[in-house]
Ligand binder design. Structure first.
Ligand code: ZN
Length: 211
């Protein structure tokens, strides 16, 4: 059984205020007498469901094309966190109980918050984000990938991105804008495959769980 965690890309999907929205422009149309249908797409690499590359927050960081597949594919755990504001170590301890064991079995963690309930078009700046200490704590315990249904692991107004940087220090790859609506908590196989764009700071991704 599969769960598709991917937000569908369309011109009205919410993006960070000021970021490039999605446009989908027909360039050839059979109805207009062309031999086939062809479309040109423009968008921020961070629109919709996507994987952040280390390049997003470090000029020396790896591009999205260099993020290893063995991080992007493998056992993952979904946990629901009824958190408003910052996700703390205490929140994670309550949800995961034995962190050593939880991350040994599944070193990828997807957090399900109220953001999954929002429509694709809705921009809600009050999304749950990670306390930098919580990000450090997860990284120190061997986390390899963090997924969130929020648009960022840091608050919408953050300029210094402390949680992004904490995850980066531990080599944890970040997946954002998931939709976990209707996905039960538990352990799955994750497949998060970003487009392979040379040296890029992110890649739009199809993200799927298999039970
Ligand atoms: Zn991003």
């Amino acid at each position: 059984m599969f769960y598709d965690l991917t937000r569908t890309l369309h011109p009205r999907i919410a993006v960070f205020p000021g970021d490039t929205p999605v446009t989908i422009q027909p360039t050839l149309r059979m109805r207009a007498g062309d031999s086939c249908n062809v479309t040109a797409i423009t968008m921020s690499a961070h629109a919709g469901t996507h994987v952040d590359a280390p390049r997003h927050y470090s000029d020396d960081g790896a591009g999205i094309d260099a993020v290893p597949l063995d991080v992007l594919i493998g056992p993952a755990r979904v946990v629901t966190l009824n958190v408003v504001g910052a996700i703390t170590i205490a929140d994670l301890q309550a949800a995961l109980r034995d962190i050593e064991r939880a991350l040994r079995d599944a070193p990828r963690l997807l957090v399900h918050t109220h953001a999954s309930d929002a429509a694709d078009e809705a921009w809600d700046p009050a999304f749950a984000h990670f306390d930098a200490q919580a990000a450090d704590w997860l990284g120190a315990h061997g986390l390899r990938l963090i997924g969130t249904d929020a648009p960022s692991v840091d608050p919408a107004t953050s300029k210094d991105l402390p949680a992004h940087r904490a995850f980066l220090r531990h080599g944890v790859i970040i997946v954002e804008n998931l939709c976990l609506r209707g996905v039960p908590d538990g352990e799955y196989e994750l497949m998060a495959l970003p487009l392979k764009i040379a040296d890029n700071d992110a890649g739009p991704a199809r993200v799927v769980l298999r039970r």
